[in-house]
Design a protein around this ligand. Structure first.
Ligand code: HGY
Ligand code: MN
Ligand code: MN
Length: 421
């Protein structure tokens, strides 16, 4: 069993819950507990400003890089020069949300990280290494693909200029939006390589709650494949055009959405498939659709099967194009292979959670996370807390207070232990 260096240490749960509530007020979705803060919007800026204030009030050394990743570094007073110069143990996540976001997705990881540092400082506990808490830009990728954009740039997986040039679903450009909200910083990309990274996040699925487990010990993140599909047909009159003469982009899109669902059924769990966005043009009741644009999100823990799913999708697109006489083109929006976390850090999460009295379960992550990018450069793992009814990317997202606090305490003790490695 892991020896906790400061067994009695706990974070301030009330302050954590209060800050989650305060951040949720920004971009609040009326009559819900959720928020809408799409990346680089005014609401995202407001959320950034608030968390920046908490970081600077805490005396952290805050840096912002060229994609807006924001890192608060804590070098406690009295730390000797060598320790102060050593690579920090880092935590963090994201504070951007999907359009119908909950208050915990990403926000918990950032605010729990801030809470860990504040509570340690208040307790006069000085770790052997600096600690850092980050919020990475545009983790969701919902407005500007790919997801995990900020952390991908942070670890050197995407060029800064390439990311800044990306155009979003609304025609905005990342670099221009960064300038507009004042978050195109000057800190270097790739960023400071941490000694280790650990991220606290809600599970966003039903597994922990169904098995009545408090802490998820995340071993891996499944592979992600996002494809934008554009279908060019022929607009025509809904009343006068015989079915045999139609080239209906709307019908073709519906066939692809139905195929995606069947594909997941054919391959079986953990394969998932989602057509989350469909846009028809001219989108009118009495016009056969000339054009359809849709997205297909495919995921699997096994990259071979994910590649098979992608190949089957492409074959179906060809078949639909021939059958309906439409032209179909595709664009990859994101493609990340499955990632396995560092077994030593995963073990540490499990032992620490047990030492703090939590029940634990090892599991893969169905969602993408910034940690999967940090895993490219340093020993990394994740901690999950349960999601009520497995709901997320929905304002009704909820995690019980005691689980939020338990997760933050596990984070604190794992970070302290990592400073000794
Ligand atoms: O898409 C995802 O898995 C994450 O929410 N960005
Ligand atoms: Mn998230
Ligand atoms: Mn999310």
């Amino acid at each position: 069993m892991t020896e906790l260096t400061h067994p009695e240490f706990r974070i301030d749960g009330d302050r954590l819950i209060d800050r989650l509530a305060a951040l949720a007020e920004i971009g609040a979705i009326v009559d819900t507990a959720g928020s809408s803060r799409l990346a680089f919007t005014d609401a995202d800026k407001e959320g950034r400003d608030l968390v920046m204030t908490w970081m600077t009030d805490l005396g952290l050394d805050v840096t912002i890089d060229g994609i807006g990743n924001t890192v608060g570094l804590w070098r406690p007073d009295g730390m000797d020069e060598t320790a102060a110069r050593s690579a920090p143990v880092m935590t963090g996540s994201h504070i951007d949300t999907v359009r119908t976001g909950g208050r915990y997705d990403g926000n918990l990881g950032v605010l729990a990280g801030l809470e860990v540092i504040e509570s340690l400082a208040t307790a006069g506990i000085r770790p052997d290494r600096p600690l850092a808490v980050a919020f990475f830009s545009n983790e969701e990728g919902a407005r500007f693909p790919p997801d995990m954009m900020g952390s991908l740039v942070y670890v050197g997986g995407m060029g800064l200029e390439d990311a800044q040039a990306i155009t979003g679903i609304d025609g905005a450009v990342v670099g221009e939006e960064l300038d507009r909200i004042g978050y195109r910083g000057s800190a270097p990309c790739p960023g400071l390589v941490p000694h280790a990274f650990v991220e606290l996040h809600i599970e966003q699925g039903p597994v922990l709650e169904e098995q009545e487990i408090q802490i998820g010990v995340v071993e891996s993140v499944q592979g992600i494949s996002w494809t934008e599909v554009t279908i060019d047909g022929q607009s025509n009159h809904a009343g006068t055009t015989p079915m045999r003469l139609r080239h209906d982009a709307g019908y073709a899109a519906a066939r692809i959405a139905t195929f995606a669902r069947q594909l997941a059924a054919d391959l079986g769990p953990p394969q998932v498939a989602t057509v989350g966005a469909i846009d028809l043009h001219p989108n009118l009741v009495n016009v056969v659709a000339a054009r359809a644009t849709l997205t297909v999100d495919l995921r699997n823990t096994d990259d071979q099967i994910l590649q098979d799913a992608e190949a089957r999708l492409m074959a179906e697109l060809d078949a639909v194009a021939r059958a309906e006489g439409v032209e179909i083109t595709t664009r990859s929006l994101a493609r990340f292979e499955p990632v396995s976390f560092d077994p030593t850090v995963v073990d540490l999460v499990e032992h620490t959670a047990k030492a703090l009295g939590s029940t634990t379960l090892r599991l893969p992550s169905g969602a993408g996370h910034d940690a999967q990018m940090l895993a490219r450069v340093c020993p990394t793992a994740m901690i999950f807390t349960p999601s009520r009814d497995g709901i997320s990317h929905n304002p009704a997202e909820h995690t019980d207070r005691q689980d939020l606090v338990a997760g933050a305490n596990v984070l604190a003790h794992v970070m302290m232990a990592l400073t000794k490695t």
